[in-house]
Design a protein around this ligand. Sequence first.
Ligand code: F0G
Length: 402
Amino acid sequence: MYHLECIECHKKYRPSDVIYTCTCGGLLDIIYDYSNIHITKNDLKGPLSVWKYRALLPVGREPVSLKEGGTPLYRVDRLAKSMGLKDVYVKHEGMNPTGSFKDRGMTVGVTKALELGMKTVACASTGNTSASLAVYGARAGVPAVVLLPSGKVALGKLAQALMHGAKVLSIRGNFDDALKLVRDLCDKEGFYLLNSVNPYRLEGQKTIAFEIADQLGWKAPDRLVLPVGNAGNITAIYKGFREFKHLGIIDSIPKMTGIQAEGASPIVRAIKNEAAAITPEGKPETVATAIRIGNPVNAIKALAAIRGSGGTAETVSDEEIIHAQQELASLEGIGVEPASASSIAGLRKLVEAGVIGKDECVVCVTTGHLLKDSEHVLAVCPKPIEIDATIEAVRKAVFQND
Ligand code: F0G
């Protein structure tokens, strides 16, 4: 039904192989025998969910699931108008079971871990991946080990990893250091690596594209804008759109547009410099801790997605991210974490620069929920007004001009 294949040397591997990258070092892709997959729009009726697309997912056994996917696609007319656009949507991935898009990859990845008979699952994370792995590990009854950059993980994410019983290791180093370490740990101890270098994760995440196409009435938008960190999600969503096009379900692919924070932007630099590969950044820094990554493991695939779709990449400042987060929250009622708001900030910047046209149909993916990072919210929003418990004090405070 499918095999794994190196994107560099095209060496093939079997579904029963426990392997993350090719022996040549190249990233792996999962390739199906599409001539044996016959899916039509008619087969895809019914409520949205990751496992609705199981004909295009690489696992055979009963899934480890908490009902992930089926996230809302909101039309955001007020926000669109403020940018001079007409047709803008937000795909709010914060509405997944653990509050981020990672659940789509983890339901598939942890199910695959069971299929392969793996006894422990592990990852490095800026927070959301660890929360999701802890949850799906618990659901599967498999121990999880997570490596986090010390002091740089939003508290909501840390709380999830701790409460769901993962072994949580706080590394004195950044995400890139933690990823290197966990890859080594998995090789030495036989733990199953569930970072997005594992192609099974990306298979789950590609269902974001399937759902968007369905929610838009079997159409792809002109452009997809999303935050980029380790560069798995942009790769996964591109693959999803390509598969639907290949199967004749949609007839175009959106321009994949990746947004990074100014302080952590190796992909953007490679796109702007027309470089074949990225130059890693040693000291990534941004308020959007989820995408505080200097050496994205899926960079080669992400560059291909951006270039292959005629998309682009842009940076946004921390100020622009915070402004966009507040704007989306107050103008549209959609609460997202800082990394997710970078997609909105990037959209505004690219519209103002004339790169994104006013008539384009744009979908921004907001990857994580506001409550993931409430510490940040308290730091950037005005403090609650403390008053005496009297109606006079309440009225005074309500009508006071600030
Ligand atoms: N947005 C959020 C909220 C994230 O948590 C991440 C990645 C991204 C965007 C970027 O996605 O890595 O596929 O390009 N978070 C990872 C983690 C790195 O460990 O939770 P990407």
